[in-house]
Design a protein around this ligand. Structure first.
Ligand code: HT7
Ligand code: ZN
Length: 855
C-alpha cells in the first residue's frame, strides 16, 4: 500500500474555482453529472488528475468536446493532459447508494439518501481532485422521486425547487462560500423538521432546522437548545457569528462517526441528536450538547478556515474539541467537566500514546487517513491548545484566535499558521512549544518537594521524560505549564495561591521561601499539562489532599491516586491496609460542601486499565479481582453511607437540571457500591429502581448493576428492557452494550449468542460498536485465558472489514497492546493480528492498523 508523507506536500497543479453538480437520485442507480471549471495553478505542464473510485464513468468531455478516448482511466482516478490555462471538464458517472455499505460517499440509510465526504468520500461520488486545499463554489441540482424523497437538502441556500416528470421533483442549492469537497453534503428523504431561529449579534435572522424521521420529532428539543446556546457562546467567547441564512442538521441511523460539519448542513449519527428522558441518559444529553456544539463551532474552526492537507487535521479537530470542552464547562460544572475529559483522555489517548499506534498530533505519514481520526489528534490536540491558552492567558489567546481567523479566512491553513498567529498576537515565544506537534508519547513528570524546617523553605524539583515511541527513539523536552500550589500540612491552607511553573528543560528546581508551615504539593492542578505525574506521596498525605486541596480537580486526583496506589500494591502482592482509602471515601461522601456530581466522580475507582498501565505485565483477571475486592470492601464498610446517599438523591420526579443530574449520578454510583458489597437486598433495590424509573439514567443504572449478578431480577430486567424498547435502535444498542460489559464469567458465551440475535447486524456501525466494541473493552472477558475473547473479536473484525472497513479498523487497537501481557496472552493476541493480516482482500484501513499493531 502507498504511504503518504507529511513532507511530500505540494500545492495542487490545477484549481477548481467552481463546480456544478446534477444528481438524478435513485437508491439503486444514481447518475451524477459534474461540470468543473479548472484553472492551471502555476507554470507547469502536468496533466489534470481526478480522484475517483467505485463509480462507472459514462461520459467525459473537455470544453464541450467528448474526450473519452483521451482520458486515462487508472485504478484510483482519471488523468487528462490539458493544453490551456483554464478548461471546462464535464463528467457523468453512475453510482449505487444502496450497495454502499462503507457509508462513505453517497449511501442509503433507513430509506434516506445521504453523504459522508470527509475525509476522502467525495471521490466515491464523482471524479474530482479530492484534497482539502482545493476550494470551490458549489451549485447543486438534485432530483428524486417526490414520494420517497420529499425533502431535498444540500449546502448553502435553496434557490429553486419544483416538479419534474414521472412523479419526480428537484431542488437547486447554491453555496456562496468556497469550500473543500469534504464539506459537500446532500440529503434526500422523508424527513420532518423541528424549526427555530437565532438572531445573530449583528441582528441577522438564521432559520434553524433539525431534520429527523417524523416519529422522532419530539426528541430534537435538547439538540436545538444546545445549538442556540452554542451559537450565542461562539459570539461571546470568540466573536464568531454564523454566516448564512439557514442552518440545517439531519440525523441518520447509519454513520461511521459522531457527526459531520458539512457547510450549513451538518449530518449527525442519530445518537447525538435524539433524546428524551425515557430513552436517553444524562450522559447522552451531555454528549448531544457537546457534539452539536462541536459541529457548529467547525463553521469557523474547520470550514471558514480549513486544513491545507490531512496532516493538519488537528488544526480543526484539536481546536474544536477545546472549544466544545470549554463550552460544556461554561454550561455546567467546570470541575466535573474537566474530570470527565481527563478520564476519557486517560482511557483512550494515553494507551494510544504508549502503544504501537502512537503518533504525534501531526503524524508523519499514513496509509489510510481515516485511521488518524484518533484520540491523539482530537483530545491530545485539544490539550495542546489548552496549554497555549494557559501560557498566553485568556486575553492574548483571544487576540491570537482573532488574528488567525482574520488572516486565514477562506483559506486552507496549517497548524504552523495557527501557532504563528498566536505568537504574533501575544508576543509570547512559542518556538519550543512547537515540539508538541511532532512528538508522540505522554511525558512523565517527576516531582519531588524537599522541606527545610530551619529556613522554612521548600524546594520543588520537576523533571520530565518521554519514553521512546515507534520511529521516535529520542525525545526532546516539551514545554509544560505546571499549575501548582503548596497546601499546609497542618492547616490545609493554600500557602502560595496557584502558580504556573513553565518547565522547558529536562529538569528544573524552584524555591518557595517564608512558608508558614510544612507544605504538601498540589501538582498539575486542573490537569494543566497532559502528562503522567510521578510523585511519591504517602497514603495519609493523599487522603489529606483529597479532603483539603482548594482545587477540586486536584482533590479528585489525590483520591484517585490513593485508590490506584492501593490497588497496584495489592496486585503486586503487597500487604496494604485499606483503612486510609475507606476513610477518605467516607470523608468525601459526608462532606456537605461538595456537590453530588463531584462526589460521584471522586468515589469511583480508577478503571482496571488504569491499574494495568502502572504494571510491567498486565494480568487482567488479577486486576479485576483486586478491584472487585476493594469495591466490595467499600460497599460493605460504608453500607449505611451508600444507603443514605442513595436516599438523599432520590427525587419525586424527573427534571433535567444540573442539580438533578448530579443527584442521579451519585444515586447510581451508590447503587453500584451497594451491589458490589453483595448485600442481599441489592438486586431488589436495583429492580425496584428499574421498575419505577421515569428516566433512562435510572433504568440503565439499575440494569448496569443487575447485569453483573446472577439474581432472577437480572433476566427479568433484561427482558423487560428489550420488550419496552424493541424497535428503538438507539436503546437496543444500550441493551447489547450493557451485556457486553458484564463482569460475569459467562459474558463471552452470551456475547456470542447476542451476535446471532435477530437484531444484531454488522451493517449498522452503532450496533457493531455496541456489541463488539464494548466487548473488546471489557478487559477481563476480552483477555480470558481461553482465548475465546480474542477469537470472537478477530472473527468479527474480518467479517466487518468486508462491509465497513473504517469501523472494523477501529476495533483492532486492543490487540496492539500485546507487549504488555504475559507470553500466553501476548502470543494469542499476535496470532489474532496475523490471522487478520492473512485474510485475502484486506482493506487498507485494517491492514494499516493490524500491521502496525504487530510491530
Ligand atoms: N470532522 C468529522 C469527521 C468525520 C469522519 C471522519 C472519517 C470517517 C467518517 C467521518 N464522519 C465524520 C467529525 C468531527 O470531528 O466533527
Ligand atoms: Zn470535529
Amino acid at each position: 500500500p502507498v504511504v503518504i508523507h507529511r513532507h511530500a506536500y505540494r500545492p495542487p497543479d490545477w484549481l477548481v474555482p467552481t463546480i456544478a453538480l446534477d444528481f438524478a437520485l435513485d437508491p439503486q442507480k444514481t447518475r451524477v453529472k459534474a461540470r468543473l471549471q479548472v484553472k492551471r495553478n502555476g507554470d507547469h505542464n502536468r496533466p489534470l488528475k481526478l480522484d475517483g473510485n467505485n463509480q462507472k464513468l459514462l461520459a467525459f468531455s473537455v470544453d464541450g468536446q467528448d474526450a473519452q478516448s483521451q482520458v486515462k482511466q487508472e485504478k484510483e482516478g482519471l488523468v487528462i493532459a490539458l493544453g490551456g490555462e483554464a478548461h471546462t471538464i464535464e463528467t457523468e458517472v453512475e453510482i449505487s447508494p444502496e450497495s454502499n455499505s462503507q457509508l462513505m460517499g453517497l449511501y442509503a440509510s433507513s430509506g434516506l439518501l445521504c453523504t459522508q465526504c470527509e475525509a476522502e468520500g467525495f471521490r466515491r461520488i464523482t471524479y474530482f481532485p479530492d484534497r482539502p486545499d482545493i476550494l470551490s463554489r458549489y451549485t447543486v441540482r438534485m432530483e428524486a422521486d417526490e414520494k420517497a424523497f420529499p425533502v431535498l437538502l444540500s449546502n448553502g441556500n435553496l434557490t429553486l425547487e419544483g416538479k419534474s416528470e414521472n412523479g419526480r421533483h428537484f431542488a437547486l442549492w447554491n453555496d456562496p462560500f468556497p469550500k473543500p469537497c469534504y464539506l459537500f453534503a446532500l440529503v434526500a428523504g422523508n424527513l420532518a423538521a423541528y424549526r427555530d431561529e437565532f438572531i445573530t449579534q449583528s441582528g441577522r435572522k438564521v432559520a434553524l432546522a433539525i431534520w429527523v424521521r417524523p416519529d422522532d420529532i419530539n426528541k430534537t428539543h435538547h439538540a436545538m437548545n444546545a445549538l442556540k446556546m452554542a451559537m450565542a457562546w461562539d459570539e461571546k467567547v470568540y466573536g464568531r457569528e454564523y454566516d448564512l441564512d439557514q442552518f440545517n442538521i439531519v440525523a441518520v441511523d447509519d454513520f461511521n462517526f459522531g457527526a459531520m460539519e458539512n457547510k450549513s448542513l451538518n449530518i449527525f449519527n442519530s445518537r447525538y441528536i435524539l433524546a428524551d428522558p425515557d430513552t436517553a441518559t444524562d450522559a447522552d444529553y451531555d454528549a448531544i450538547a457537546g457534539v452539536v456544539a462541536h459541529e457548529y463551532f467547525h463553521n469557523w474552526s474547520g470550514n471558514r478556515v480549513t486544513c491545507r492537507d490531512w496532516f493538519q487535521l488537528s488544526l480543526k479537530e484539536g481546536f474544536t474539541v477545546f472549544r466544545d470542552q470549554s463550552f460544556s464547562a461554561d454550561l455546567g460544572s467546570p470541575a466535573v467537566k474537566r474530570i470527565e475529559d481527563v478520564r476519557s483522555l486517560r482511557a483512550a489517548q494515553f494507551p494510544e500514546d504508549a502503544g504501537p499506534l502512537a503518533h504525534p498530533i501531526q503524524p508523519d505519514s499514513y496509509i489510510e487517513i481515516s485511521n488518524f481520526y484518533t484520540a491523539t489528534v482530537y483530545n491530545k490536540g485539544a490539550e495542546i491548545i489548552r496549554m497555549m491558552h494557559q501560557l498566553l492567558g485568556a486575553e492574548k489567546f483571544r487576540k491570537g484566535t482573532d488574528l488567525y481567523f482574520e488572516r486565514h479566512d477562506g483559506e486552507a491553513a496549517t497548524c504552523e499558521n495557527f501557532v504563528a498567529a498566536m505568537e504574533e498576537a501575544s508576543g509570547v515565544d512559542l518556538t519550543d512549544f512547537r515540539h508538541w506537534y511532532h512528538q508522540a508519547g505522554t511525558p512523565e513528570l517527576k516531582a519531588s518537594l524537599k522541606w527545610d524546617g530551619a529556613t522554612k523553605t521548600a524546594t520543588l524539583t520537576l523533571s520530565q521524560k518521554t519514553a521512546a515511541t515507534p520511529s521516535q527513539p529520542e525525545k526532546q523536552p516539551v514545554v509544560l505549564p505546571v499549575a501548582i500550589a503548596l497546601i499546609g500540612k497542618q492547616t490545609g491552607k493554600n500557602l502560595i495561591g496557584e502558580q504556573l511553573l513553565t518547565l522547558t528543560k529536562d529538569s528544573e528546581s524552584y524555591r518557595f521561601e517564608n512558608l508558614a508551615e510544612e507544605p504538601l504539593l498540589s501538582i498539575n492542578r486542573h490537569f494543566s499539562a497532559p502528562v503522567t505525574v510521578e510523585n511519591q506521596v504517602s497514603p495519609e498525605d493523599l487522603a489529606f489532599l483529597s479532603a483539603n486541596d482548594d482545587d477540586p480537580f486536584a482533590r479528585y486526583e489525590a483520591m484517585q491516586q490513593l485508590m490506584l496506589d492501593f490497588m497496584v500494591a495489592r496486585v503486586r502482592g503487597e500487604q496494604v491496609d485499606p483503612k486510609t482509602v475507606i476513610n477518605a471515601v467516607e470523608k468525601t461522601l459526608t462532606n456537605k460542601d461538595l456537590d453530588n456530581a463531584f462526589i460521584a466522580e471522586a468515589v469511583i475507582l480508577p478503571s482496571e486499565n488504569m491499574v494495568g498501565e502502572k504494571l510491567d505485565i498486565v494480568d487482567p483477571k488479577r486486576i479485576a479481582e483486586i478491584r472487585d475486592d476493594l469495591r466490595k470492601m467499600l460497599g460493605q464498610t460504608l453500607e449505611k453511607l451508600w444507603q443514605q446517599a442513595y436516599q438523599s438523591c432520590e427525587r419525586p420526579s424527573y427534571q433535567y437540571t444540573p442539580e438533578a443530574v448530579g443527584a442521579r449520578r451519585l444515586k447510581n454510583v451508590a447503587l453500584s457500591y451497594l451491589a458490589a458489597g453483595e448485600l442481599a437486598d441489592a438486586p431488589s433495590i436495583a429492580w425496584l429502581q428499574f421498575e419505577k424509573a421515569d428516566n433512562m439514567t435510572d433504568r440503565r443504572g439499575a440494569l448496569d448493576v443487575l447485569v453483573n449478578g446472577f439474581s432472577p431480577e437480572r433476566e427479568k430486567a433484561l427482558t423487560a428492557f428489550y420488550e419496552r424498547y424493541k424497535g428503538n435502535a438507539l436503546v437496543i444498542d444500550k441493551w447489547f452494550a450493557v451485556q457486553a460489559f458484564s463482569t460475569r464469567p459467562d459474558v463471552i458465551e452470551n456475547v456470542k449468542k447476542l451476535a446471532k440475535h435477530p437484531d444484531f447486524t454488522l451493517k449498522n456501525p452503532n450496533r457493531a460498536r455496541a456489541l463488539i466494541g464494548s466487548f473488546a473493552h471489557n478487559a477481563r472477558a476480552f483477555h480470558d485465558l481461553s482465548g475465546e475473547g480474542y477469537r470472537f473479536v478477530t472473527d468479527m473484525v474480518i467479517a466487518l472489514d468486508k462491509i465497513n472497513s473504517q469501523t472494523a479498523a477501529r476495533m483492532i487497537a486492543p490487540f496492539g497492546r500485546w507487549q504488555r501481557y504475559g507470553s500466553d496472552r501476548a502470543e494469542m493476541m499476535q496470532n489474532a493480528l496475523k490471522r487478520i493480516l492473512s485474510t485475502p482482500d484486506l482493506s487498507r484501513d485494517v491492514f494499516e492498523q493490524a500491521s502496525k499493531s504487530l510491530l
